[in-house]
Ligand binder design. Structure first.
Ligand SMILES: [Fe+2]
Ligand SMILES: [Fe+2]
Length: 182
């Protein structure tokens, strides 16, 4: 079906994005670290995911953007490029915040391996975002949206649970990481 103007690309059986957006309402309680700055920045990440999910009419099912009118494809690509610019700036700022907290708390001195793994994962996430940006093209914006959504989802589910919670837990316990973190 050809897509005209800014209307949805295709009619879908269920309300648009309902399932896709279901878990973006709030930061899951299990991912609340208790550190106000870090949690606030994670909520900003959720907001970026939410924004990304509203760009395409059916990001779950469209294989590519070739069924959409040229104006719509351009609008989607423009929107994603803008979100990616904000996302990349946010990523750098957020990772710098956490790494500054580690340094200020001297965590790297006593927990070198934990900090190194955390910082390494930050670098891997940033690199993956850059890879996705480098493969942007107006005919496959929807595929990049899916990749980014998956990456950001894994960041939320895995990175925060595996690294950020340990960082804040360590700070709260006065330099003692959780027993299962070793
Ligand atoms: Fe982190
Ligand atoms: Fe984080």
């Amino acid at each position: 079906m050809m897509h005209l103007g800014q209307e949805p690309v295709m009619k879908v059986a269920e309300p648009l994005g309902e399932r896709y957006c279901a878990r973006l309402v709030a930061l899951p309680p299990a991912l609340n670290t208790g550190n106000a700055l870090i949690d606030d920045e994670h909520r900003q990440l959720l907001a970026v995911m939410q924004q990304l999910r509203t760009v395409c009419a059916d990001p779950e099912r469209l294989a590519d953007c070739l069924g959409c009118a040229g104006a719509r494809r351009q609008a989607c690509e423009h929107a994603v490029v803008g979100i990616l610019g904000d996302l990349f700036a946010f990523i750098l700022e957020h990772f710098a915040s956490e790494e500054r907290i580690m340094r200020d708390a001297m965590m790297a001195v006593t927990e070198h391996d934990l900090c190194a793994a955390h910082i390494e994962d930050h670098a891997a996430i940033a690199q993956k975002v850059q890879e996705i940006v480098s493969r942007l093209d107006f005919a496959h914006t929807v595929a990049r949206i899916r990749e980014l959504d998956g990456l950001l989802g894994r960041w939320l589910d895995n990175h925060i649970g595996m690294h950020d919670l340990i960082l804040v837990g360590w700070l709260g316990k006065g330099s003692q990481p959780p027993p299962d973190a070793r």
